[in-house]
Design a protein around this ligand. Structure first.
Ligand code: F6R
Length: 608
């Protein structure tokens, strides 16, 4: 989604803006732009459709040594991707970059007849509105911004500069993140701390409803009601290595391969293998509160939703006294759902900024239900608004397709479930096998990735020509199939759908023909034989089946079989998901597509 950067300081602003925008590229965008202003108030505005490399080509002819500027990567919401719609937008002597959506922009536009609109965006309306208060520049810029924001409805993270005063940037946020980096002889602005890494480790995360006037060595924050806010300076934990490819061709492969380490980070200090117990400090619930829980609601979108579905299967198995409901955030936020007493909501989000998930969090909080975040991005909005939480600590996930976050989200939720089970007095003989497998999981992941990467690389090529795929599983392998299908479709554009094996006969079996390949997940266990029978039904209809199993005796005449050797009994589906991740990656590489930034998608979906 859209990204914002800003710079005011002693050095070249264009250099920081371009490098910062490149850091934000992973979020997905379709145009980009920067504006800088020199000491005499002369602005240099450069915008381009498409990649930042297009912007750099234009920049080569407009190199400036200006010391202040703002920049933006745009992911189109109002108006097509084009140079005119790209930010920064100009109104009078002001330039603005904006993330989010101004919902009442049409109504506001009606009153802004003086301004000659050059774009179709809601953001230009906001620029014009601020300018209508700013007038000839005698009114302080921050005050003009506040007046305008009081009229704007919707979400925003903005940065504004003026030709009149090339020493200050005014920033504000409501529902769209903004971070202020405290540098040496410079103050930096970004919508995502990753743009600041390598420049400073100190940052202030702006809260909703706050406006800041920023100069090279000062940050003055107020609320929209002019109350002063004392800024809390926090440390940025990310390092440069975490946001670089580290020798891999793509971030997606790097993030798949680093799962042994990223899961270790999720587990660090939380698993007591001697006692066979887990400890999560973050949720902040007492033993008595944990014991009282009768119902869990798990809220997320996309991969985070699938992680919730998988975790729910596990939690139900070892905590008989509670019910678990997993909901899609964009649906749940508009349902008239009654949340039963003694519920706790798990709010699952890698980015911590997903608009629908955030909206659910706020709705659920209104009902007085305790909310626990299962979040990756430290300091993100969801992480700050939940009542308690467990960071998954997988480090920055740069590739648009989520991989390492999924694995850790599932395990973090299972650990939360185990904490409830312990408090409710579930026997240690039931809990211990889960804890032991969780403890062994990073190593098992390492072995599976090492053992199957090359095989999958070879096999995946054969499937790059297909246009349709079906993923099948049952029980814990069903969410695994759903996540596998999502991964394949989002990066390779193969139309992939997942079904519970048992649902085949109720419709989807009609689809099976030569245009489809079928990925069947068959973990050992109670339902293995049933899944084998279902696979036979597919084979009988001429389906091209790839079977993924850990059952040695599997001998159906499928086109391909990936037999996983593992000592895991409970978490085999997580290992199977690694196969799906690698498979999606290698199919996409074989098709020559943009692996890390699939078309039409954004990493952090901050609009509805
Ligand atoms: C799929 C994917 C998305 C996200 C979803 C939620 O690979 O990345 O489906 O999982 O947009 O994002 P977060 O977890 O940031 O709330």
């Amino acid at each position: 989604m859209c990204g914002i950067v800003g710079y005011v300081g002693d050095n070249n602003a264009q250099d920081f803006l371009i490098s910062g925008l490149k850091r934000l590229e992973y979020r997905g965008y379709d145009s980009a732009g920067i504006v800088t202003i020199n000491d005499d108030g002369k602005a240099t505005l450069i915008r381009a459709k498409g990649k930042i490399s297009n912007l750099e080509e234009r920049l080569a002819r407009k190199k400036r040594d200006d010391k202040i500027g703002i920049g933006h990567t745009r992911w189109a919401t109002h108006g097509e991707p084009s140079e005119a719609n790209a930010h920064p937008h100009r109104a009078g002597k002001l330039y603005l970059v904006h993330n989010g959506i101004i919902e009442n922009y049409k109504e506001l536009k009606e009153h802004l007849k003086e301004h000659e609109f050059k774009s179709e965006t809601d953001s230009e309306v906001l620029a014009a509105l601020i300018n209508s208060f700013y007038g000839d520049g005698k009114y302080p810029l921050a005050n003009a911004v506040v007046q305008a924001l009081k009229l704007a409805k919707g979400t925003y993270g903005i940065a504004v500069i003026s030709e009149d005063n090339p020493n200050e940037i005014v920033v504000a946020r409501s529902g769209s993140p903004l971070v202020i980096g405290i540098g040496d002889g410079a103050t930096l602005i970004a919508s995502d701390a990753s743009a600041l890494v390598g420049h400073t480790k100190r940052a202030i995360y702006l809260n909703d409803g706050e406006v800041a006037r920023v100069t090279k060595n000062s940050v003055d924050i107020k609320t929209l009601n002019a109350e002063p806010v004392s800024a809390k300076v926090e440390e940025i934990e990310t390092n440069l290595a975490a946001i670089q490819k580290g020798g891999y061709e793509h971030f997606l492969l790097k993030e798949i391969m680093e799962q042994p380490e990223s899961l270790m980070e999720t587990l660090r200090g939380r698993v007591n293998i001697k006692d066979g117990t887990v400890r999560l400090g973050g949720p902040g619930l007492s033993e008595a509160e944990l014991r009282k829980i009768k119902h869990l609601i798990i809220v997320g979108c996309g991969t985070a939703y699938h992680a919730g579905l998988l975790a729910a299967y596990y939690i139900e198995k070892f905590t008989p006294e509670i019910t678990v409901e997993v909901v899609i955030a964009s649906e749940y936020r508009y349902r008239q759902a009654y949340v039963p007493e003694d519920s706790v909501a798990l709010i699952v989000s890698q980015s911590g900024e997903t608009a629908d998930t955030l909206a659910c969090l706020r709705e659920i909080k209104k009902q007085g239900v305790k909310t626990i975040g299962i979040v990756n991005a430290i300091g993100s909005t969801i992480a700050r608004e939940v009542d308690g939480g467990t960071y998954v600590h997988v480090g920055p996930e740069i590739s648009v397709a989520s991989t390492k976050a999924f694995t850790s989200q599932v395990i973090a939720m299972v650990m939360f479930g185990l904490t409830i089970a312990e408090a409710k007095g579930v026997r240690n003989t039931i809990i211990r096998p889960y804890v032991e497998e969780i403890f062994k999981l990073p190593n098992e992941i390492r072995e599976v990735l090492g053992a199957y990467q090359n095989t999958i690389k070879m096999e995946a090529k054969k499937y790059a020509e297909y246009e349709h795929a079906i993923y099948l599983g049952r029980d814990t392998a069903y969410p695994t199939a759903m996540e596998g299908a999502l991964k394949l479709k989002e990066v390779s554009y193969i139309d992939a759908n997942a079904y519970a094996f048992g649902e085949l006969k109720h419709g989807p079996l009609a689809l099976i023909d030569d245009r489809f390949f079928v990925m069947a997940f068959l973990p050992k266990g109670e339902l293995y034989e049933k899944a084998v029978s279902n696979t036979q039904e597919v084979l009988a209809r001429g389906g091209h089946v790839i079977a993924v199993t850990n059952e040695d005796s599997f001998d159906l005449p499928v086109e391909n079989v990936i037999k996983i050797t593992t000592s895991m009994e409970i978490f085999t589906p997580i290992l199977m998901n690694l196969i799906s991740q690698l498979f999606a990656y290698y199919v996409t590489v074989a098709k020559g597509l943009n692996v890390d930034q699939p078309r039409n998608l954004a990493k952090s979906v901050t609009v509805e």
